[in-house]
Write a protein that binds this ligand. Structure first.
Ligand code: AMP
Length: 295
């Protein structure tokens, strides 16, 4: 497995790939778990024996707000590279410094926090789909995600890029960006991978202390109860999530929302594919999870 740390080396590698070689790409922030590995295995399958699987590991600073957990985000590059190699990754792109992807802000072209952070002058903003869920509670988050994924797609020029449905809103927004900007390849969404006890796998789970780890099981329990009510015929959103705060205690609820699975706008009565999504803090760690309801 090759490891490149400089954007110029990634570009040289890419430009030497014979045209027609399938390339499958999995962007991540590292601290790989079985959710990431499911994406990598599917990437390997789709690239085939002649193709190339590219993994990126980059904790993207521009998608973190000023009071978020950028400094506490777990990292284990050596462990990640061992896992990636065992999944058949051909190239791991691990930028040695954020400036490999954000070459800097030309004087006078940007202002405020972006200029201070020297993050560049170009941003990708998908409008509308970020009005609810994480978009509302993390202003600027999806601008950072879209910008870095757009840069990575431009560098890797993959035939297929794989993303997890655990970050359902992120996947919807990236699909929209990909279509609107005529970016290369196709976007594939992959199902949520869970721990044996139901907790959705997340790199942030590593930051849960043992008490918070047990308490966090309230999330999959709550989503199971929502699915149970839905299966029993309940179609009113308010009734589906009634009692959420108590069910998710002692977690501190950021949001519990029921939205149309395509527009991500709130729905009162369910008539089509619908997403119930939550974000809850346990012991200072913000966890997200969701379930799709199909009438
Ligand atoms: P991250 O490293 O958290 O940015 O995630 C990288 C990719 O892995 C994203 O497309 C995520 O949606 C996906 N992912 C993260 N956790 C899971 C999971 N539990 N199941 C499936 N995909 C996941």
């Amino acid at each position: 497995m090759l490891v490149h740390r400089r954007t110029a080396d990634l570009l040289d590698w890419r430009n030497a790939i014979p045209s027609g070689t399938p390339i499958a790409f999995v962007p991540t922030m590292g601290y790989l778990h079985d959710g990431h590995l499911s994406l990598l295995s599917e990437a390997r399958r789709r690239a085939g024996t002649d193709g190339q699987v590219v993994l990126s590991i980059f904790v993207n600073p521009t998608q973190f707000g000023p009071n978020e957990d950028l400094d506490r985000y777990p990292r284990d590059e050596a462990g990640d590279l061992a896992k990636a190699a065992s999944c058949g990754v051909d190239l791991a792109f691990c930028p040695s410094h954020p400036r490999e992807l954000y070459p800097g802000t030309p004087a006078g072209t940007s202002s405020g926090a972006d200029a201070a952070a020297n993050t560049g002058a170009t941003w990708v903003n998908v409008e509308g789909l970020d009005a609810h869920l994480c978009g509302r509670s993390r202003p600027g988050h999806f601008r950072g995600v879209c910008t870095v994924v757009c840069k990575l797609l431009g560098l890797v020029r993959p035939d297929v890029s794989l993303f997890g449905e655990k970050d359902f809103q992120q996947l919807a927004i990236l699909r929209r960006m990909h279509a609107d900007l005529f970016l290369p390849g196709t976007i594939v969404g992959m199902p949520i991978v869970r721990e044996h006890d139901g907790l959705a796998m997340s790199s942030r789970n590593a930051n849960l202390d043992p008490v918070a780890r047990v308490a966090a099981l309230a999330i999959p329990r709550f989503l199971a109860e929502v699915r149970r009510r839905f299966a029993a015929g309940e179609r009113a959103s308010a009734a589906l999530v009634d009692g959420a705060a108590a069910a998710l205690a002692p977690g501190r609820v950021d949001y519990v929302e029921v939205v149309d699975a395509a527009s991500l706008q709130p729905v009162e009565a369910i008539t089509g594919p619908t997403l119930c999504a939550v974000a809850v803090h346990f012991g200072g760690v913000r966890l997200i999870d969701n379930t799709v309801l199909l009438p």
